[in-house]
Design a protein around this ligand. Structure first.
Ligand code: GTP
Ligand code: MG
Length: 453
């Protein structure tokens, strides 16, 4: 008997519509005390029914819709009901209280999806893609996660898993019948198959380099000496006045961070205090933070004032970021130019862009340069890009095991050694898909979910 859980599934804020979800064996009995319709919900599975929403005292508190999803064809695989009322927090809380009074209990974070996983409606990679879709803030991240929910990624893992199981059974045959001569052609075929599996696992785990860009985003520090227009550049990219801009040097004292979606890439833009030598204690701390932001950044936008020759401060900033992924942004291109572009070309190569934050020109070229730096244009993000560090880790581990099995084969060691490695690789993939994931792994995954999902 599965107990019935209930939760508000929509954001805890005033909105047009609010949704309450229920899942469990008693869902119809409980819903009958919360929702009154002309025909019972049980007679109309998967159809919206209009009716009255009742509070715990049985009084009508709203009118709205409800839908019954019969097991096993629901999201969770169990009996589910969703109630659609007006998005008033008072109404939602009363309805939820009414469901609790009727016998439901509060759902834990991610408990609906956890039930879907336990009922084999989703594997672990699909369940994790659900939270990735909810968390996504670029189109690419959403598209990739949506395809992973459909099982695109899981299917590729399954194909690798099955190939390894086939290999394992062949190796066990050698182990079970040690007197049989191992044919060289057999070894060659197995080695070729292992190579194919290793290449597939490596391709998938390497896709995490692009995947982490769409999931976590790139820390992109805007660095430069005071007054070159760092904050103006940030505001122009964002399209609103996030940072304070004045003609005074040292206006920005602390780092200012804002997320910006540049096509597929999530940029975590960080405006910083102008870097210069100072004895003023507050500014000094700000400069330290700027240097730290530069150190931690995945990309640096080094801003220079194009209307002035490069100063010693500019030179020392160029030194600080030497060897890092960086783009020189020559600002104030609306003014007569005095900057020595050749010095910058020597340091930044083709990664140079002239902009005017005042006239808002040059920013399309800057966007293109940033995109080119990460070289992810053309990746379709259709579910086969690994975005989850747990998945990347497991894929790398599985690939390592297969490499080890291949070495054992190549050096003519007994097949049981290769078999042990392949078994480890299979276990790693089973942990990835959740076929044999530990309770601790499962708990940590569903902890990240919101209540109601
Ligand atoms: N002509 C011109 N002036 C600009 C441009 N961008 C910024 N400015 C001006 O330059 C001054 C400094 O701009 P900020 O954006 O505050 O410069 P900052 O680098 O953030 O300065 P700090 O925070 O002090 O380090 C302001 O008076 C801006 O209006 C530009 O493209 N052209
Ligand atoms: Mg500033």
């Amino acid at each position: 008997m599965t107990d019935t859980i209930a939760a508000i599934a929509t954001a805890p804020a005033r909105s047009a519509i609010g949704i309450i979800r229920l899942d469990g064996d008693n869902v119809l009995d409980i819903a009958a005390k919360v929702f009154r319709s002309r025909k019972p919900l049980s007679e109309n599975p998967c159809l919206m029914c209009f009716g009255e929403m009742l509070d715990a005292a049985g009084d009508v508190i709203d009118r709205g819709l409800a839908v019954y999803f019969r097991a096993p064809g629901s999201y969770t695989g169990g009996n589910m009901i969703e109630l659609y009322c007006h998005g008033s927090l008072a109404v939602l809380k009363e309805l939820l209280a009414s469901a609790f009074a009727a016998g439901a209990r509060p759902a834990k974070p991610g408990e609906f999806t956890r039930r879907a996983f336990l009922n084999n409606r989703l594997d672990l990679t699909q369940a994790e893609a659900v939270i990735d879709l909810i968390d996504s803030d670029t189109k690419a991240a959403a598209k990739n996660a949506a395809a992973q929910i459909q099982g695109v990624f899981g299917a590729r893992i399954l194909a690798v898993h099955d190939a390894l199981v086939d290999l394992l059974s062949e190796f066990y045959a050698y182990v079970d019948y040690p007197d049989d001569e191992i044919e060289e052609t057999g070894i060659n075929t197995q080695t070729a198959e292992l190579d194919r599996v290793i290449s597939e696992l490596s391709k998938l785990s390497d896709s995490y380099n692009s995947g982490r860009l769409i999931r976590e985003g790139v820390k992109c520090a805007i660095i430069g000496r005071p007054n070159v227009g760092k904050s103006s550049v940030l505001n122009t990219i964002l399209g609103f006045e996030r940072s304070i801009v004045t003609e005074l040097e040292g206006t920005t004292r602390d780092t200012v961070e804002e997320v910006y979606s540049l096509g597929e890439i999530k940029l975590r833009l960080i405006d910083t205090a102008g870097i210069r030598h100072t004895d003023e204690p507050v500014e000094k701390l700000g400069v330290k933070r700027s240097e730290a932001a530069a150190r931690e950044a995945g990309l640096i936008l080094a801003v220079f004032d194009g209307s002035r020759p490069l100063s010693d401060e500019d030179q020392s900033i160029i030194e600080i970021i030497s060897g890092r992924k960086a783009i020189a942004v020559i600002n104030k291109s609306d003014l007569t130019q005095a900057v020595d572009i050749r010095v910058l070309e020597r340091k930044f190569g083709a990664n140079i862009c002239r902009v005017s934050a005042l006239d808002k020109t040059g920013f399309d070229a800057l966007s293109d340069l940033i995109r080119d730096t990460f070289n992810i244009s053309g990746i379709p993000f259709c579910g086969e890009t690994v975005t989850n560090p747990r998945h990347a880790h497991s894929l790398r581990r599985a690939a390592e095991m297969c490499v080890s099995a291949r070495k054992a084969l190549a050096s003519g060691l007994t097949p049981d050694l290769a078999a042990a490695d392949i078994e480890d690789a299979i276990n790693e993939l089973n942990e990835l898909t959740g076929k044999s994931a530990s309770e601790e792994v499962i708990r940590r995954i569903f902890e990240r979910f919101c209540v109601g999902k």
